[in-house]
Design a protein around this ligand. Structure first.
Ligand code: PGA
Length: 249
């Protein structure tokens, strides 16, 4: 059985004042039936890790460099993120693929760097609206999966997040059939590549405009093991009902 995962991606949102939301979330979910991960901006990582200490919430980062150290102004290594208290890192989010031209090969190298520091890699993939309308969705996500996920991926070190680019921050959500089609396809691809034992343990998250109001139907889709939530993860009052919905799914 895969343990479900509710992951929050705060993106470029949050200052010290936002730690109150984290404390609130921790109080609401002291003994959750699912894993909870919050990925604040890097400036908050160590304070966030302190704020959740002793509780059930894990802290993750939103990106890392592929190298362990060196002359890379502004970048952060996996070792630094771990040192700051992160146990996971989001990699290959479509905003990074678009804003920073990140390639599948770079995402894969970053994931390997994360594994080397025992960080869980939450590897994101998803098609654009143009690609979906051209009927290319499964080809695109299949290629991204093949090229972004390292051969050393396991159920313990890897989570895959399917996030259609056109659903992120837009309020638009694919139909349940569309979500199910992609998640079943991703599971089958993982089985082909890694074998059933590893593939059955890798969690597949859906991401893109997940809200308290639509979480229930999305979590009922086969092979949806949780969500990667942006906007609705910023406030405990919004994220908490999504966590509860996942616990009851
Ligand atoms: P959203 O973002 O929930 O605000 O659509 C999801 C994501 O980008 O991970």
């Amino acid at each position: 059985m895969r343990r479900k995962l509710a992951a929050g991606n705060w993106k470029m949102n949050g200052t010290g004042a936002s730690l109150a939301e984290l404390a609130d979330l921790g109080e609401r979910h002291a003994d959750p039936a699912v894993d909870i991960l919050i990925c604040p901006p890097a400036t908050l990582l160590s304070r966030a890790a302190e704020a959740v200490q002793g509780g059930a919430i894990a802290i993750g980062a939103q990106d890392c460099h592929a190298e362990a150290a060196g002359a890379h102004t502004g970048d952060l290594s996996a070792a630094m993120l771990k040192d700051a208290g992160a146990s996971a890192v989001i990699l290959g989010h479509s905003e990074r693929r678009a804003d920073h031209s990140e390639s599948d090969a770079q995402v894969r190298a970053k994931a390997e760097a994360a594994f080397a520091e025992d960080l869980i890699a939450v590897i994101c993939l998803g098609e654009t609206l143009e690609q979906r309308e051209a009927g290319e969705t499964l080809k695109i996500v299949g290629d991204q999966l093949a090229a972004s996920v390292p051969d050393s991926a396991t159920a313990a070190n890897t989570v895959i997040a399917y996030e259609p680019v056109w659903a992120i921050g837009t309020g638009k959500v694919p139909t349940l059939e569309q979500i199910g089609e992609v998640h079943n396809f991703l599971r089958t691809e993982l089985v082909h590549r890694f074998g059933a034992e590893i593939a059955d343990g890798i969690r597949l998250l859906y991401g893109g405009s997940v809200k308290p109001g639509n979480a229930g139907e999305i979590f009922a889709v086969a092979n949806v093991d949780g969500a990667l939530v942006g906007g609705a993860s910023l406030k405990a009052a919004d994220f908490s009902p999504i966590i509860e919905t996942l616990e009851n799914a």
